[in-house]
Design a protein. Structure first.
Length: 202
């Protein structure tokens, strides 16, 4: 069930990103044409074919298709900025090496800026929305924290202070009672087990 849910959210995120990047492309095409920075249609198609694999490859490299449950909003937005900076360099380098110097610089610059703005808005909206519904008790995960040391206590406090993560602690057995984990998992719904080892054992 958890894997199916994760797969659904991943696919939904990819679809939403494709939609947003496509909208950014169309807006850049429109605005660049209105200021005299348009190019030939085949040049726009070429840019699109280069940009899509670079953008979505970078999204995956920066783990934006993994769970963002415990990542801060600022961390996600910084990743979005880095993706567009690196993507702009990579795409412009490919266009230069393939001798397509005629590709509209105004169009490409507008596309990068519009994509940065729209993707930033999209990621912020989705994260804030999911955080809000988790605080209301939806879309949460049950976790079992194993350990009775300072690390376990610190992690427990962290989970309790961040209701937006949507994590519910169902138990906190000490490390010496790991044999009881199967019994706990049969009597309580457990999605994840977190082992908190003392520093000297890591």
């Amino acid at each position: 069930m958890l894997r199916q849910q994760a797969r659904f959210f991943r696919n939904a995120t990819i679809f939403l990103d494709i939609l947003v990047v496509s909208i950014a492309f169309l807006l850049a095409h429109y605005f660049s044409g209105s200021v005299g920075g348009g190019g030939e249609n085949h040049e726009y198609v070429l840019v699109l074919l280069i940009v899509f694999p670079i953008w979505f490859g970078l999204f995956a490299c920066f783990n934006l298709y993994s769970s963002l449950r415990i990542r801060s909003l600022s961390d996600v937005l910084i990743a979005v900025v880095k993706i567009h900076f690196a993507g702009a360099i990579a795409a412009s380098s490919i266009l230069y090496l393939t001798a397509h110097h005629g590709s509209s610089r105004i169009f490409f610059g507008m596309f990068v800026l519009v994509s940065l703005a729209l993707i930033g808005i999209e990621k912020s909206s989705v994260k804030l929305f999911l955080s809000a519904i988790r605080k209301r008790g939806y879309n949460f995960r049950h976790i079992l924290i194993v350990g009775d040391n300072e690390r376990a206590r610190r992690f427990t406090r962290l989970v309790e202070e961040h209701a937006g993560w949507g994590l519910r602690i169902v138990g906190n057995p000490p490390l010496g009672e790991v044999q009881n984990i199967p019994e706990i998992c049969t009597t309580h719904p457990v999605d994840e087990v977190v082992f908190c080892l003392p520093k000297e054992q890591t």
